[in-house]
Unconditional design. Structure first.
Length: 176
């Protein structure tokens, strides 16, 4: 079994070479599954993510969810060892890149979303997420009250790895 650093590197490389047409079909399949889940588990607010590093691109879904009245929010890093905050965001709002180069809302109207769509570099059979290694989502999910945590990944990101002491399981993982 690879250590998490090597596994992360391997999964990111594999995700980065997924053909554009296949990636688009997978993104659409993920979006459809999210919509099906939301029909059975409606929320009024949802933390989403801006796709980086070849993550599933759900921005078309965000437009649809916003039109349906779901309040969206993007993650904001508030400190190196802090949980994420979430700034209310509507598609089309002005974004600026943070210190890590991730687009975040210029306006910082912070909310606590009921659910979170969380991008995964990898995930295991126990719904433990492998992220980029900063621990931001684990710290966020350790807070109370905890939002519903939905991992988002391509099915090829499923991998065998052990949970670390600070890893927090997701409620579910939605893939293509």
């Amino acid at each position: 079994m690879l250590n998490k650093t090597d596994l992360r590197r391997s999964l990111l490389a594999a995700r980065g070479v997924i053909a554009t047409d296949l990636r688009e079909r997978c993104d659409m399949a993920i979006a459809e599954r999210i919509c099906m889940w939301l029909k059975e588990n409606p929320v009024q607010s949802l933390g989403v993510y801006w796709p980086i590093k070849s993550e599933p691109d759900l921005r078309a879904l965000y437009d649809d969810l916003s039109r349906k009245g779901i309040k969206l929010a993007l993650p904001v890093v508030t400190g190196q060892d802090a949980p994420l905050a979430f700034a209310a965001w509507t598609p089309g709002d002005t974004l600026a890149r943070d210190a890590c180069g991730v687009p975040t809302p210029v306006e910082r109207n912070l909310i606590r979303p009921e659910g979170l769509l969380i991008p995964c570099v990898g995930f295991n059979a126990d719904n433990i997420r492998l992220g980029y290694g900063g621990g931001y989502y684990d710290r966020t999910l350790a807070e109370k009250p905890r939002p519903i945590a939905i991992g988002i990944a391509y099915s090829s990101a499923r991998a065998a790895f052990n949970a670390g002491p600070h890893d927090v399981a997701l409620d579910l993982v939605i893939t293509d």
